[in-house]
Design a protein around this ligand. Sequence first.
Ligand code: SAM
Length: 397
Amino acid sequence: ITHLAPLEEIRHKLGEELNKEVSVQILPHPRIPDVLLLPVDGPRPVKQLSSEVVVGAQCGSAVLRGAHVFVPGIVASPKYMKAGDAVSVLSDLEGRCTRGATSFQGNRVFVGNGVAQIDRSSIFCTAEPAKGIGVRMVEPLYQSPSFDGVLPNMAFLQNLPSVVVGHVLGPRPGERILDMCAAPGGKTCHIAALMRDQGEVVALERIRNKIDRIRQNAQMLHLRSIKVYCFNSTRAVSSSPTQGAEGPPFPPESFDRVLLDAPCSGLGQRPIMSCTWSLREICSYQPLQRKLFHAAVRLLKRGGVLVYSTCTVTLAENEEQIAWALETFPCLTLQPQEPHIGAQGMLGAGLSPKQLRLLQRFSPELSWDQTGTADPPLPCRADVDTIGFFIAKFLKN
Ligand code: SAM
């Protein structure tokens, strides 16, 4: 929720919009003042059909969050599929299905039933790729209101741990904040909203074609304090104090707070069944995360706050990086986090029990039975039924 209207007003408007489709409960989070919780109902008893449409994992996740299947997400369909056919939708978890296949027996997960809106020939046999809805979902396995285009300038759909990051960073109006790995800009926008759009949020992103998404999101939410640059953050520290008045590279100690939401193996966001825990893949992120850490510490003012976060669950990218950082940068100390709604850090990287208690870890694989009841109330479920995530907060002395 942004700073543009009070929570209750947005809750009311959201209710009006979403309840046109299905009746949904919208609840404020008990501890985070700018969060509204939307429940997901499921898994519901839906019977799988013999006609199968296979979609990419990203499309499959969108369906679980209430979307229909858009044509570009379809990778395989029955040979004679016609508009109007009833089909089951399966998500290709590992991206192994060949585009244009007529069937697929690999690692896939059923996400619900729908009605094809288009013939197979218009998906795979045209020069001009088709757009629009390919399968209209009528019996999704998980029922969730579609948030597409709903109050785009007042509310923003985010995973709970991502919102926690903004609060833990604790930006204040008038400050200068650096978001080192910013696209698509969810956390950047949250930070600017927490500052009531007063001050400056510098958003850096290395990949050029992701930059527009950050700008679009900032524009949609009327956030003018965000300055976006396409830049490699490992090189964001300038050697000359006169550089950096406008854009990167910046002189050392330019920022009041720095967010390093690091590129990572993303295992917290992948369905558990699709996790091929390749050690090589996990290890490939550690050096880049450390380079980014070096730049982060140099760019942060003394007395400033650095938050390191990842959407993964490995020790190598989380607690081991924290142990390394504390040893490498004696100026850093771990700080308590507010709010702290996740679990503490994991053993195994040589951190003390006190240090582990200062870390915040969200572990979806541990959440299934944590609440002890079959159907706990939504606010309790929301804190544990999350993506895998990790947050550490440091002060630079
Ligand atoms: N903070 C984002 C949000 O909340 O929407 C998500 C960031 S995502 C975990 C990591 C991003 O870092 C990716 O978009 C990736 O392209 C970018 N990235 C990777 N290496 C980078 C570098 N050296 N400099 C700047 N950005 C980088």
